[in-house]
Design a protein around this ligand. Structure first.
Ligand code: UDP
Ligand code: MG
Length: 313
């Protein structure tokens, strides 16, 4: 099959209940656009029946299923899809139908008319729990700060990328990446449109709070050295305050005598604890970066494709 005009890349992790409905809604939308298209769905090591359901979709020549060897996470799965995609405009979306497929033509139209490199999307009236929305708000603020791009909603995966941006992203070979942020490194013309948001069709979200906190750290540590800087400045401030405190103690001792200073012993302990705590924190952050260097140094692949299932295989 030659190069398609539009491709959809969808990561799947335990979504068997949603897949038939996804295809039922997605196919007419794609056919209705009157463009050549391909649909790439990545099975990110699902433990349910998702892979079997997906394989049955390959009776359609436009559908390719990428089977990964295990669960690598949503963003690595999307990268695996990017590695085999062959289209001018590449759209990512979730498999749980929270992103309505009916919004795809709008993304494509905006991209073509404005000649954009990336078209992001903002979820109108987001249908998620408060506990799921709050971490997203934090992620949005952090992502805006470190990329310097003022997109409002970074978590919404319904996004369109130009093929040049996708090609550069797969050349990065980055672990623990965050695709919407990575794309901004290579995209010049970026815009954002509003899209509808729906409840999850079936099953439940695979992002508990712990995974979201990890994602947050990935985002900060992969795209900036802000935590290290924070510690450096914090350290400088701390030693400055320490010196001031020392001078204060010396003066107080001269003014009030040794008696007073001995009774101030416990203050010193308190100060010591603050310092020790800070040191541990600093060590932890340094460890985090060293861990990343170790990961990169090992050159372990960020995903491994077991097989690509197509109509003919
Ligand atoms: N997903 C994945 N690998 C994972 C976790 C999630 O491929 O390890 C997929 C999942 O199947 C879905 C998308 O990523 O298509 C978004 O996941 P989810 O709906 O659980 O996240 P939320 O909507 O809560 O952000
Ligand atoms: Mg979802």
């Amino acid at each position: 099959m030659g190069k398609a005009q539009v491709a959809i890349v969808i990561p799947v992790y335990n979504e068997e209940e949603n897949l038939p409905e996804l295809m039922r809604r997605l196919l007419p939308v794609m056919q209705g656009m009157g463009k050549s298209f391909e649909i790439i769905i990545i099975d990110d090591g699902s433990s349910d029946n998702s892979l079997e359901v997906l394989k049955s979709f390959t009776k359609d020549a436009q559908v390719k299923i990428v089977e990964l060897t295990r669960n690598y996470g949503q963003h690595a799965a999307i990268l695996a899809g990017f590695s085999i995609v062959n289209a001018d405009i590449i759209i990512t979306m979730d498999a749980d139908l929270q992103n309505p497929p009916e919004e795809i033509p709008k993304l494509v139209r905006v991209m073509e008319e404005g000649n954009y490199d990336v078209v992001g999307s903002v979820r109108k009236g987001r249908k998620d729990s408060f506990l799921r929305i709050l971490p997203s708000k934090v992620i949005n603020i952090v992502a805006r700060k470190i990329t310097g791009v003022s997109m409002r909603d970074w978590g919404c995966m319904l996004r369109a990328y130009r093929n040049t941006v996708v090609e550069r992203m797969i050349q990065c070979h980055e672990h623990a990446t965050f695709i919407p942020a990575l794309a901004t490194v290579f995209a010049k013309r970026i815009t954002e449109i509003e899209v509808e948001h729906e409840e999850r069709y079936g099953g439940k979200s695979s992002y508990p709070l712990t995974k979201l906190i990890n994602l947050q750290f990935d985002l900060v540590a992969s795209f900036s050295d802000f935590p290290m800087k924070l510690i450096m400045y914090g350290g400088i401030l701390m030693s400055f305050l320490g010196v001031c405190f020392g001078i204060f103690l010396a003066i107080a001792r001269l003014a009030y005598g040794a008696q007073w200073a001995a009774e101030g012993m416990f203050t010193l302990f308190a100060v010591l604890f603050v310092f020790v705590g800070l040191q541990f924190f600093a060590l932890g952050v340094i460890g985090e970066y060293i861990g990343r260097i170790y990961l990169e140094a090992r050159k372990r692949p960020e995903y491994v494709i077991e097989k690509v299932h197509t109509e003919s295989s």
